[in-house]
Design a protein around this ligand. Structure first.
Ligand code: FAD
Length: 462
């Protein structure tokens, strides 16, 4: 492609800004990033409370966040935030230590079995499921892998045939049972379900394992995690400041038309002409949302194949509250509540986060899911009241809610569509209408997978 082509990027979150960075690194400087909000970062949102930033969205990374590390290097920043630590409570609010054999004598056989199965899982991922951890989902449903290895920072291109990979379309629960590693779900569930990514009986194993590859999960277990003092939003603010073309904030895109090899974008009432467009914003939203977030299909001249595929996308209803507590009610640390991470306890508090160790004058953030594939969505307000009640049960009642949001979260497709080759069909459409699709749906809904996918997209097509 000519280096001076005009590229429009929709969305100033991790995917859109890193697409700008990787394009720029490759010599494409004629790009424009359009962001609908008055800030960059997307789901990395770090507002300020008493002079310090807290997290309403993304919180942490791990040492294998290679694309985020690229961004840090590009901007000369590092992960300089408070150390993460957590304990566990049961649904009654008692502190427990579920993985400590001495505290769970009767559960020792189960814990030993879990340890054995975790080792087995590590082994089968390297052998039977070789290729499971490349970025993106190309070829998986066809029993192939193709992409960039995530084993180390070099991220070399890898490809191969492995028919076993087709199994990854199954819900993670079924996949674990089939492979005799069902107890590993006890370990994987913490950084999966409580982080809003849905339940193991509904989410294809491919998503679970691409995000929580073996190395990443072990980093969670060892609490070998990265945070940022000024919040994850600051990563993307720094990047935006370092880009030759920072995102244009408050951009309302009314219409996108693709004709005669050009892309016409009507933004804030003016028509702009581009050669190519990269969409990192949501492609499809199945319901009307109160925050005004709409899908690409609502403002593009959407083609039949786009509509047919994108209408299969669903997303998680994941709610975050930021609450104040009285000093005497402040939790001493963050807590996981495993008993609340089941489809039967939908709408309950699954985890709550205390960010700073040195003060009680801070907000605590709480996390809950409101939807499971097979059950009715719990209304927002009902979930909020349940979470506030749960905080009382946990002996950490809130005195005031200072911030809240229910964000369009973790877009994904379900097992049937995954197995039917949804990803290969969408990948085959990359560039077809001078349009490229990136962002969370194309890989996984975390900062690194999305930024990494943008890197790969630029490598493959530009
Ligand atoms: C509560 C919570 C906790 C999380 N925890 C973690 C974590 O600990 N670690 C981690 O790695 N990730 C975490 N994530 C996920 C991570 O934040 C996202 O996966 C990541 O931000 C996705 O990047 P993205 O650019 O694809 O999408 P987004 O971050 O959603 O960015 C998309 C951008 O597009 C903009 N946009 C949308 N529509 C339009 C339009 N029509 N026109 C112009 N712009 C538009 C949006 O305003 C937004 O800025 C968390 C997210 C949440 C909400």
């Amino acid at each position: 492609m000519e280096k001076d082509i005009r590229i429009c990027i929709i969305g100033g979150g991790p995917a859109g800004l890193s697409a700008g960075m990787y394009l720029e690194k490759k010599g494409y400087e004629n790009y424009t990033i359009l962001e609908r909000l008055d800030r960059v970062g997307g789901k990395c949102w770090s507002p300020t409370y008493n002079g310090r930033r807290y997290e309403m969205g993304a919180i942490m990374g791990v040492p294998s966040y290679y694309a985020v590390h690229d961004v840090e290097e590009f901007c000369g920043i590092t992960h300089d935030g408070p150390k993460l630590n957590r304990n566990y409570k049961n649904a009654k609010g008692d502190v427990i230590e579920p993985f400590e054999p001495k505290k769970n004598i009767s559960k020792i056989p189960r814990l030993l079995k879990m340890k054995k199965q975790t080792k087995k899982l590590g082994e089968i991922l390297e052998t039977k499921y070789k290729g499971y951890d490349v970025n993106g989902h190309r070829g998986v449903a066809e029993g192939r892998y193709e992409g960039f290895s995530q084993q180390n920072a070099k991220r070399e291109p890898v490809s191969g045939i492995n028919p076993n990979l087709k199994d990854l379309a199954m819900p993670f629960k079924d996949w674990c049972e089939m492979n005799g590693v069902e107890l590993t779900q006890d370990v994987w569930i913490g950084p999966f379900t409580s982080f809003g990514y849905g339940y193991f009986d509904e989410i294809p194993a491919a998503y679970v394992l691409k995000y929580l590859d073996f190395q990443t999960t072990m980093n969670f277990v060892k609490v070998n995690l990265w945070t940022w003092k000024d919040g994850t939003q600051s990563i993307w603010e720094h990047l935006n400041d370092h880009l030759k073309n920072p995102a244009r904030l408050n951009s309302t895109i009314e219409k996108v038309e693709r004709k005669d090899g050009k892309v016409y974008v009507t933004v804030n009432g003016e028509v702009e002409e581009y050669d190519k467009i990269i969409v990192t914003a949501p492609l499809y939203i199945p319901n009307k949302r109160d925050d005004g977030q709409i899908g690409m299909v609502d403002y593009f001249d959407t083609r039949d194949d786009e509509m047919e595929l994108f209408s299969k996308i669903d997303y998680e209803r994941y709610d975050v509250l930021a609450v104040e507590t009285k000093p005497e009610d402040h939790p001493e640390i963050s807590y996981y509540v495993f008993e609340n991470m089941t489809p039967q306890t939908l709408g309950h508090l699954m985890v709550y986060y205390r960010r700073w160790k040195d003060t009680k004058d801070q907000v605590i953030t709480t996390y809950a899911l409101r939807k499971h594939k097979n059950s009715k969505e719990i209304p927002y307000e009902e979930c909020k009241q349940t979470v506030l009640k749960d905080l009382q049960t946990m002996h950490n009642p809130a005195s005031n809610v200072v911030n809240e949001w229910s964000v369009y979260y973790f877009p994904h497709v379900f097992s049937d569509d995954y197995a039917a080759g949804w990803y290969d069909k969408v990948e085959a459409m990359q560039g077809k209408y001078d349009t490229f699709y990136a962002g969370e749906i194309m890989s996984f809904g975390d900062m690194d997978e999305t930024a990494e996918y943008s890197r790969e997209l630029v490598e493959r097509f530009f």
